[in-house]
Every structure is written in structure tokens, then in C-alpha cells.
Design a protein around this ligand. Sequence first.
Ligand code: ADP
Ligand code: AMP
Length: 222
Amino acid sequence: MMRLVLLGPPGVGKGTQAERIAQGYGIPHVSTGDMFREAVKRGTELGRTAQEYMRSGRLVPDEVTIGLVRERLSADDCRNGFVLDGFPRNLVQARAFDEVLAQIGSRLDAVISIDASVETLVARLTGRRTCRRCGTPYHVIFNPPPDPNTCPACGGELYQRDDDKEETVRKRLEVYEAETSPLVDYYRAQGLLQVINGEQDIDKVYEDIRRALEEATAHDRA
Ligand code: ADP
Ligand code: AMP
């Protein structure tokens, strides 16, 4: 049982680490960005709403996002926990999420905040390639797939996300600073925050996360 939030700027490695955590702990990886991209791909009403916000690097409206997460977390596979990646993204979402947790009689075990410099984030985002089918992220230099166009996990096509172009990247980093970074203090005040250095290689970041989670859950048991 593990209920986690991964916090951090775009490109810091949340999706990459969330996949490992999901496998390592046997819990679903819940990514609001992946859910929105899936809706866009399917051409649903949700997708049509989300698309214009995503394209310009802004946040999708809170009512839409909160409703989506509430529904997803009530699914059976989330009963034994989840790793949330990309939600909450502002204080309104964080407070609404606290209410959702209280309603289902549940609470978070930890919030992992991953850090890196702006130069690192820009380099990671502009070189990112994402699987159209399963959403797994790769990087042309830092985590190159054997075949540059094909996902080694599922055989899907790799592409560059629209919002990973340089102009949109800048906007997304601004939105993070203005709207999402206050959540670091919010969760520190709740005693849930663990800060991880995201400048290290993927394996080392994961190792640090595992150690932080062991500590967080050891506290719980004490
Ligand atoms: P986020 O979900 O936080 O936006 P991703 O997990 O998609 O970030 O990672 C962004 C990009 O950086 C991807 O191309 C990924 O392969 C790469 N990446 C992730 N973690 C690291 C790391 N520790 N070192 C180098 N590159 C990384
Ligand atoms: P991500 O895949 O997390 O980088 O998110 C990609 C885009 O999806 C963001 O730039 C937003 O437009 C949208 N998005 C993802 N998660 C949220 C959220 N919790 N609230 C609002 N918008 C979101």
C-alpha cells in the first residue's frame, strides 16, 4: 500500500520515475498529462477541451482536472495505492485533492519533490521523445531507445510532443514557478515532503526515491 504524489517541474523526470515506482511497488501510475493526451488522441469532448490549454502550455481548468482525478482514483486498481504524476498542479487542486482523500478515508504516504536546474529541464524537454501508444518517455541523448522511432516497451511510434518545442517549454516552466511550486511548502507543512536531487542519472534518482519512501513509511509504523 503506497499513496504518493510526484511533484516537480516539467522535464525533471516524474514520468520516468513514476513508471519505475509503479513496477517496483505494484501500484498504478496515474498521470493527468497522459490521460489528457489519450483524450486528445481519441477526440473526446475532454480531449477537445484540454487540447488548446496543453498546446499553449497552460493548465487545463481545475473543475475538469479534479473531476478526472476523482473518477480515476475511485477505480478498483487504485485501492492499494497509486503514484500520481502531474497532479495536483496548484493550490486549488491540492485542497480539492485533500477533500477527496478525506472522503474516501485515505491519506497520502509521501510527496516526492524532484529538483533540477532550468538548463537541465530545457535540455531534457527539448530532447524528449514520447511513445504515442503507451506514453513512455525517452530522450535522444540521455535515455535513447535502440530504434529512434519505435518504443522498445510496446512497439508504438515515438514522437516529439507539441508542447516540448522551445517556446512552449518556457511557458510551462513559468506556469510551474507561478502555480505549482507553492505546493512544495504546502506539503512540507503537512509533514509529507521528501526532496530528491533530480540532477543525477535515472537509476540514482530512483534509488534515492526508494530510500525516501522507506523512511516515510518507517515513520508511519513507528
Ligand atoms: P516529467 O514527467 O517530469 O515531465 P520525464 O520523465 O518525461 O519528465 O523526463 C523528461 C525527459 O528527461 C525525458 O526525455 C527523459 O527520458 C529524460 N530524463 C528523465 N530522468 C532523467 C535523468 N535522471 N537524467 C537524464 N535524463 C532524464
Ligand atoms: P504533463 O504531461 O504533466 O507535462 O502535462 C502536459 C499538459 O497537460 C500540461 O502542460 C497541462 O496543460 C495539462 N495538465 C496535466 N496535468 C494537469 C493538471 N493537474 N492540471 C491542469 N493541467 C494539467
